[in-house]
Design a protein around this ligand. Sequence first.
Ligand code: VG1
Ligand code: CO
Length: 543
Amino acid sequence: MSIQVIPTQAFNDQKPGTSGLRKKVTVFQQPHYLENFVQSIFDSISPPKGATLTLGGDGRFYNREAIQIILKMAAANGFGRVLVGQGGILSTPAASCIIRKYNTFGGIILSASHNPGGPDGDFGIKYNTENGGPAPEKITEAIFEQSKTIQSYKIIEAPDVPLDAIGETDLAGMKVQVIDAVTDYAELMESLFDFDAIKELLASGFKMKFDAMHAVTGPYAKAIFIDRLGAPADSVMNAIPLPDFGNGHPDPNLTYAHELVEIIYGSNAPDFGAASDGDGDRNMILGKGFFVTPSDSLALIAANAKMVKGYSKGIAGVARSMPTSGAVDMVAKSLDIPCYETPTGWKFFGNLMDADKVTLCGEESFGTGSNHVREKDGLWAVLFWLNILAIKRQSVEQIVKRHWLQFGRNVYSRHDYEDLPLDAANGVISHLREQFGSLAGKTFGHYTVKNCDDFSYTDPIDGSVSTKQGLRVLFTDGSRIVFRLSGTGTAGATLRIYLEAFEPDINKHDLDAQTLLAEMIQIALNLTELKARTGRDTPTVIT
Ligand code: VG1
Ligand code: CO
């Protein structure tokens, strides 16, 4: 089996976005497309000879083919061993866990996360570094630069490696070790949470429903909730991973996880509901007829961390992405710990966690996690909630409302306008920027603009600077509107409008966020001239 050097031509569109390179499956299926990107990764990270790589994906369409290609390229590029999840499957947090536990030279994760899959859907690939976290911008930019000038890639010619049974195969001198995708991760969870207390809760008549959305978390959820925690078999729904996610959109929010939402808002609803996304790093938390915003969930987890085994010594600090609400800031203040504000994307949390500046991190986009791995972690968040519920024995709604009583409520919502024409979306952003000089001091209804800016971030650990990370319009009373274009979509442009207002008055805590934010929503529409510029004034998704 000799190494083949295959001549290729560079593609000009292999720039990783918020989380890796995401394109339509049909784009990845073009000859050399995946190979070019993988070779660009290897050339940028220069693995030492004999290094070990972690490899797995969320099981979406094209996962199996891609795994085989990457294994053959890893062998040709001098790797000594690859740890690959059984069947080529690893959830994103499990991959992060494996990289850290076995000290591998990073890992390649195949996923387009919450984007739909199938032959006409999306595929994605990203590289995580040795700390288990998504490669920082410095590395993703180096990969992109390589991809623009690549002229050949290396691969061996060999039959496909069997991936369905645990065991080891030799591939031209490189060991392919197929590992159980679930066990290491489940053990890590058991070390952090009080499984006995959760078991008791589940045995006491408390009912839960977890929606795996036919994505990667099905087997993990079964192993943890049913086998280890004793929940009844019907506590996990859509548990069989499918390459097209059963034609669904594996994004755990009120729109796309509607099947679960109907159960949780229906009659005879369970006490607790949760869902996760395509690759298992996102989470949605629900109580009986009650939705917990991801920003509130982060704040609550921070406020209650000390009662949970793995965090009983307290937390060093917290971090949230800029558009995430300030609810966790209030908790940090009361705990007298630092709170960092980073750009959108988990890669910005890695340095802070490595330097022990923060223990917990979160994003408004249904991402919560801690320094147990270097990715956000959907099932971890669900277990955190179950552990809190097992101790407090109050309903989800009671817990959230008591939290608001203590800290006030950061009323929050995000409006997404998906699939806008690119030019129109860029036009909206430049139109906003043009107004920035003249907005300060202007009053719109109840709100007066304090200032506006283009968010930029200087990493406190390595000093790297990231600019243009979202436009902020900040009002004098502390409320704000943030505008960003998505960096994970594969068709057109998605405009995200993030709205936040602080509400200390408990008499208003029962009101719906859309009602409380109505005036700000109108201001956002006016400032963007959205209807005139895009023909749209109704969001595709409201969270
Ligand atoms: C979105 C979210 C961001 C998240 C990213 C990856 O990015 O806003 O918070 O980190 O998805 O999540 P964007 O650029 O589309 O707004 V996932 O679950 O894809 O790994
Ligand atoms: Co995800």
